[in-house]
Design a protein around this ligand. Structure first.
Ligand SMILES: [Zn+2]
Length: 118
């Protein structure tokens, strides 16, 4: 079997996607529904660079690429502490910031993309 050690989708991230049912932990998009959706999956680190637990698998979750990069100054912007929280608590805390950015993009899409395609 070929191994894809440098490759998130087929390699190191695959176990994390499987654990999370190939579903973005922030928006719920499901990579099992189509190849196109699966291509958007990525590994999201719940802890900032330099944190000793950052690269532990339990502190990495499945996120679509948009949610992974939405509000990407999250680690420094709000002055949060990241110690002593469970992975689920970290996801819950970040989700509302990700959703706020998604809603701004949705409004743009409705005005500038959807409106001209009808
Ligand atoms: Zn998402």
């Amino acid at each position: 079997m070929t191994t894809y050690t440098d490759d998130s989708l087929r390699g190191y991230g695959h176990r994390i996607y499987e654990r999370d049912n190939f579903t973005c932990r922030y928006c719920g998009v499901d990579g099992r529904t189509s190849f196109d959706v699966w291509l958007t999956l990525s590994v999201d680190h719940l802890l900032p660079k330099g944190h000793p637990l950052r690269d532990e698998e339990e502190f990495m979750v499945t996120a679509c690429k948009f949610c992974n990069t939405a509000d990407n100054h999250y680690f420094t912007k709000y002055g949060f502490s990241f110690d002593g929280m469970t992975p689920d608590e970290l996801v819950e805390r970040r989700r509302k910031y990700v959703h706020a950015v998604r809603q701004q993009y949705c409004a743009f899409w409705e005005e500038n993309v959807k409106a001209i395609s009808q």
